[in-house]
Design a protein around this ligand. Structure first.
Ligand code: ZN
Ligand code: ZN
Ligand code: ZN
Ligand code: ZN
Length: 225
């Protein structure tokens, strides 16, 4: 794991630590210029890997957006490998992609078509799970509710951790791949050159990506990055 867990403000481009960035986002001039006379309710949400807290994002979401909009954003940025199911858990209630009925007799299943303003509030902590086999769990904290300008995208990325640098186990150069066989019992990172010679075989390698789903299933990272 990298020594510094720094992240970037997407409004001004400056870098900060994970907690410093929250204070910065409140004060960022570039951001307030953009948001100055908006009158739409927005939530500021911090999202992080439930177990991999070094991966994090701060987003601003319209209160009229649905859980499904948020789910799609999480898939696009961090999760989507092969169209697995996903759900939110909010105060013990389940919100599934499908507005489902009797699939799970033992629990009530709500739909992700719910609007955020009807299900979340300042101070709430909730979770998102993607893929019920090799599950990636995310933790979401609703930090505040603010007025903001209407934006083209319902979910706006405000800040995100910088890619974490891993060094190649063999030569120490920056790693680009990891071995999904070795990941469970030893340091699995290699550069392109050393990956070719790794005993588990090249087909066991997945790319190093900026996501808590790195190395899981066939996850290869965000489209276009
Ligand atoms: Zn900024
Ligand atoms: Zn998959
Ligand atoms: Zn190497
Ligand atoms: Zn290996």
């Amino acid at each position: 794991m990298g020594k510094l867990n720094q992240g970037k403000c997407y409004f001004c481009g400056k870098t900060f630590g994970k907690t410093g960035i929250r204070r910065h986002l409140d004060k960022c001039k570039e951001r307030s210029n953009k948001n100055s006379n908006g009158n739409e309710d927005h939530y500021i949400i911090r999202i992080q890997g439930y177990y991999q807290k070094e991966y994090w994002m701060y987003v601003e979401v319209s209160a009229n957006a649905t859980l499904k909009d948020l789910d799609q954003f999480l898939r696009d940025k961090w999760l989507e490998c092969c169209g697995h199911l996903s759900m939110f858990k909010i105060n013990g209630e389940i919100y599934d992609v499908e507005s489902s009925t009797d699939m799970f007799m033992f629990r009530r299943v709500n739909s992700m078509e719910e609007r955020l303003k009807d299900v979340i509030y300042k101070g709430l902590e909730f979770t998102h799970e993607y893929d019920f086999g090799s599950t990636t769990i995310l933790k979401l904290n609703v930090l505040s509710k603010e007025k903001g300008s209407k934006t083209k995208d319902k979910v706006v990325l405000m800040a995100r951790n910088l890619p974490i640098i891993y060094n190649c186990k063999k030569c120490g150069e920056q790693a680009t791949q990891l071995c999904v066989e070795c990941i469970y019992y030893e340091y699995p990172f290699y550069c392109d050159k050393c990956a070719k010679e790794h005993e588990c075989g090249e087909e066991m390698m997945l790319p190093v990506v900026n996501s808590p789903r790195m190395g899981v299933c066939g996850y290869c990272g965000e489209d276009g990055e």
